[in-house]
Design a protein around this ligand. Structure first.
Ligand code: GLP
Length: 241
């Protein structure tokens, strides 16, 4: 595991964007796994700026998002579909037919899980997966206790995750209680993983990720077993490591 320590959120976002841009320039038809949440927003802004200034093209890139809330249609402002369009896709030259996100409003959610997993496989898997981390160690929406064997599946969100994510909603009651997420096994199949963390709220999670014995009670600990993980984290997030 490689750890890149940076000063603050801005530097984390700059370094992460550089990392992704390098990958896209070298492999213009790569498959990127993308994340939502507050952490990658600055990275996406940098990708947009670079696209506008330097013309880095995403025409042949395919993307797969980690997760989506169940019950929210793509048009819902709180959906991760909406987030991705708003924060990244509509500002770059990506082909909308190559951006994949689980459908939280699918009529048959179990079928949707299978379809999504197969879709990733059919495209040859993920080359570089971007990850944030929940303070309870969740990656994607794989909450503590998620099986390391899990593929794309439905999860019940924990109260701590609902509380943490309620800042994006008008009020806490609007936060969905279920989500569809790539599983731990899906994430672990990615060839490379880039995990970002910023701020003191993530310091315990990073400490646990690096120091706990690998166990399903702290999902991110599985990353110790992945052959190619890079962590870009700021001083506050690394303050306990
Ligand atoms: C959310 C997302 C995760 C994200 C995490 C951290 O629940 N499903 O993919 O990494 O929580 O979020 P943030 O970056 O806002 O701290």
């Amino acid at each position: 595991m490689q750890i890149i320590k940076v000063k603050n959120y801005q530097e984390m976002s700059n370094k992460a964007a550089e990392y992704i841009i390098q990958k896209v320039v070298q492999f213009p038809n790569c498959n990127l796994g993308l994340a939502t949440g507050g952490t990658p927003i600055g990275t996406y802004q940098n990708l947009i700026e670079d696209h506008q200034k330097n013309g880095t093209s995403y025409r042949d890139v395919t993307t797969f998002n980690l997760d989506e809330y169940i019950g929210l249609a793509a048009s819902n402002k709180n959906s991760y579909h909406y987030f991705m369009n708003d924060q990244l896709f509509k500002h770059i030259d990506i082909n909308p037919e190559r951006t994949f996100i689980p459908r939280g409003d699918a009529a048959d959610i179990q079928k949707e899980c299978l379809r999504y997993e197969e879709c990733i496989e059919r495209h040859g898997g993920i080359d570089l997966q971007l990850l944030g981390i929940g303070s309870n160690g969740h990656i994607g929406f794989n909450e503590p206790g998620a099986s390391f064997e899990s593929k794309t599946h439905v999860v019940n969100l924990t109260q701590s995750t609902i509380n943490a994510n309620s800042r994006f909603f008008a009020n806490k009651d609007e936060v969905p209680t279920k989500a569809i997420t790539m599983g731990i096994a899906t994430i672990m199949k990615s060839k490379e993983i880039l995990l970002l963390a910023s701020g003191s709220k993530k310091s315990e999670a990073l400490f646990n990720l690096l120091n706990l014995e690998v166990n399903e009670g702290f999902p991110a600990s599985i990353l110790q077993k992945h052959p190619s993980v890079t962590i870009i984290a700021d001083e506050e997030a690394l303050s306990r490591v």
